[in-house]
Ligand binder design. Structure first.
Ligand code: 8DG
Length: 144
């Protein structure tokens, strides 16, 4: 008999932020729930992985990017018709590589976020981003 995991599914989500405050968004590919919606890149944490390991794996798989450092930012739970998710948002100012579309998705660097629709659980995060932008020191170097 197959066993279904009860409780929320953990998802690692990364916000790459340039020194000018732009953040990278991705469009969900065809065939996934909420296809065509915009989100921050990331994906489900697999068994035996930490959230940070999942984040690094997803960024390499989806974008070909090496995340060099990322800070946990906030955690949001949301119940969709398809899943109950617990989203672990990380912010990274340090990464290596340029985003490549390895799974056919579109990407966009956004200052004021204008892409839509956004995944419902991600919408509130957009307002909170401004606080982050203003708190980040602009003295750090950004390789991307
Ligand atoms: N990556 C990401 N997922 C989000 C965000 N907001 C949000 O509600 N989610 C939800 C949508 C999905 O239900 C879940 C992510 O699961 P997913 O199916 O995209 O993950 P995955 O890439 O591991 O996909 P798969 O291997 O199962 O195909 O988290 C967000 O900003 N980024």
């Amino acid at each position: 008999m197959s066993q279904k995991k009860s409780g929320p599914i953990d998802v690692a989500v990364g916000i790459l932020m340039k020194d000018n405050g732009d953040v990278l968004l991705a469009q969900r590919p065809a065939g996934k729930a909420y296809e065509g919606y915009w989100e921050f890149p990331g994906g489900k944490v697999e068994a035996g992985e930490t959230v940070e390991e999942a984040l690094k794996r997803e960024f390499m798989e989806e974008l070909g990017i090496t995340v060099l450092a990322a800070e946990p930012w906030c955690c949001v739970e949301h119940v969709y018709p398809h899943a109950h998710v617990r989203l672990h948002f990380y912010v990274s100012h340090q990464w290596k590589g340029l985003p490549q579309s390895r799974e056919g998705q579109s990407f966009s660097w956004q200052g004021t976020v204008r892409v839509e629709p956004l995944l419902p659980a991600t919408v509130p995060l957009i307002q909170w981003l401004d606080a982050l932008r203003y708190s980040h020191s602009t003295t750090e170097t950004n390789p991307a």
